[in-house]
Design a protein around this ligand. Sequence first.
Ligand SMILES: [Zn+2]
Length: 305
Amino acid sequence: MCAMKRIVTLALLLAAGAFPALRAQAPQPKVVDVDKLADNLFVLKGGGGNTAVFVAADGVVVVDTKIPGWGQPIIDKVKELTPKPITTIINTHTHYDHVSGNVEFPATVDVVVQENTKANMQRMGPVLGRESVTSGPNIFTEHGGRGLPKRSFKDRMTLGKGADEIDLYYFGRGHTNGDAFVVFPALKIMHAGDIFARKGPPLLDANNGGSGVAIGDTLARAHAAIKGVDRIITGHSDVMTWADLDEYSRFNKDFLAWTRNQLKAGKTVDAAATSYAIPPAYKGYTPNADQTKSNVGVIYDELKK
Ligand SMILES: [Zn+2]
């Protein structure tokens, strides 16, 4: 074993807890990784959902602010990218891993969301299937209302103009009942939040207005109405293409049709979910048995109403 390997081995032993007291005291480093999509648009990864940083002429717009404790690491990373002040936060939806960092930004920062998300953030109710991490106190109440939205929109809102324009859209229920599509038209880039989190079964958060009956149509409406976008920042994975959004709409519509047939055939949620396989047409999609079972249950409940 060479000297370097021995040092590495010792380091690994230390990390593995050879000194547990020391390890318990050491705070976990919050590492923010940066992907540059354009000279003035960056994706910040780590600590929850993907954060977009858009550097406009007069200041910086941040889309989504990650889990608790990750607001300051975002602020620190933005300072490395530009001397301009952060003026605006847009939250794509209410979930704790997209909004919690809001409370760490200066109170002067404007916060803009879809109007249903504003109501959801005032409640911060538990997320379906994630109750263990989302049933605690409302982080905004704990911070005296800091970070709550100041402005909201129903279907459409435009911020800034020219190279700085940001278009916000809402097309209906899906992941929640307040999923905003955030478009940077000059860059042909959109942040889709968790209504397109990854290629795989979506989280249908029925506790916050999510709908498995609506999500496929909502995605299709977005794909039909929004023009000129080439690249999509997803909620939790890589940058996707405009064609990927269309495919994801079809994936969700196919899942709805399949689930309808399971219900018609009298199958229980468990029996249906265990028999599901991602159709071969959807290449690169990752199965998720727990999410599939939850989604069958959500759609059964909707169809039985
Ligand atoms: Zn979410």
